[in-house]
Design a protein around this ligand. Structure first.
Ligand SMILES: [Zn+2]
Length: 332
């Protein structure tokens, strides 16, 4: 592993084991596949990975006004992977489809008649997509592993390639950029790579599943090193604040373990159950009380993740404050 300009370069093997060790708090449900088009293979010298990644970041920040490089990862013709924007941050890859996504840019132009993807590059793209799907429990299908080409550039709606779209990740990307092409070529490759990860590589246990969610009902809730008030407070973690949503991985004697990898516990007495829900309407109004007669205070978008703190007559309070939405447009 090598680091420069704040980026890290990894081989596919290094990427797979790095991914197993990290924990990510953001909910990740989708993988976006892109090609860079420009720069293409002719701009790769075999050793300028970091310089190329830096110039993409400069372009995204200076020319496009983004806060950072758009993508989480770039793959290179030699099969290397270079990190970009943090996994904890939403990428800027596909208008209308960035929440809960990871954006990967593949260095090259994979339109027909342009760059011929190298074997080692193709292997990395397939294996890293499989590794990410495994890590984040993402189904390997065309609803979750998506191409930029399938989204309208103006509306941000998924059109499967009609309307105003880019060819990205290329009309020759693993045999083509349509949904059918992906279903026939790319998706089966990723599925078979996923099976190999399961069968051949000994990897650490997958992080435990979240049992449930809980929200904090007291002003500050101490985080302790074990399930009891006699355990020390965790030194490097702030107490949980009123209203914070916690992921519960284990329960013991009324105490809740709130980290997948660390021994971090809170007293369950100062929490209440929160239910995770996803917005299903294009726009969902938020109101100051449980009914349409209450004042509108804002709105949520389709696909937004919310936590329900309280339910009343089919309405859901989605914060510690009076923020209510109709439960009809939530999928739990
Ligand atoms: Zn793209």
């Amino acid at each position: 592993m090598e680091t420069k300009y704040g980026f890290t370069k990894l081989s596919i093997e290094e990427f797979e084991s790095w991914l197993n060790k990290i924990s990510v708090a953001r909910t990740i449900k989708y993988i976006q596949e892109h090609h860079t088009a420009i720069p293409g293979y002719e701009h790769f010298t075999g050793s300028n990975h970091f310089e190329r990644q830096k110039s993409m970041r400069d372009f995204h920040v200076v020319e496009r006004g983004f806060s950072d490089i758009a993508q989480q990862f770039t793959t290179f013709p030699d099969g290397s992977i270079v990190t970009g924007r943090s996994l904890e941050k939403t990428p800027s890859g596909i208008k209308g489809f960035n929440s809960h996504s990871i954006c990967i840019e593949h260095f090259g132009n994979f339109d027909k008649g342009k760059d011929e993807m190298r074997k080692e590059h193709a292997e990395t793209i397939v294996r890293m997509t499989a590794a990410l799907c495994r890590k984040f429990n993402i189904p390997v299908d065309t609803d979750h592993v998506v191409y930029h080409h399938w989204f309208d550039l103006n509306t941000g709606k998924r059109t499967n390639g009609t309307g105003s779209t880019k060819s990205c990740p290329g009309t020759a990307f693993f045999g083509g950029n349509t949904v059918d092409d992906a279903q026939n070529n790319f998706i089966p490759l990723v599925k078979s790579a996923l099976k190999k990860i399961g069968a051949n590589i000994s990897v650490p246990d997958a992080p435990p599943e979240v049992l449930r969610y809980a929200w904090v009902t007291t002003n500050t809730l101490n985080v302790r090193k074990g399930a009891g008030a006699d355990f020390d407070k965790v030194a490097d973690r702030e107490p949980a604040a009123l209203g914070a949503v916690l992921r519960v991985y284990k329960e013991k004697d009324g105490w809740l373990k709130i980290s997948a990898s660390m021994n971090h516990w809170v007293n369950g007495k100062f929490t209440a159950e929160a239910k995770r829900a996803i917005v299903t309407a294009d726009t969902l109004n938020m109101r100051t009380g449980p009914g349409t007669n209450f004042e509108k205070k804002g709105s949520f978008k389709k696909g937004d993740e919310l936590f329900i703190y309280k339910e009343e007559n089919g309405w859901c309070r989605v914060g510690v404050e009076e923020k209510w939405v109709s439960g009809e447009f939530l999928k739990q």
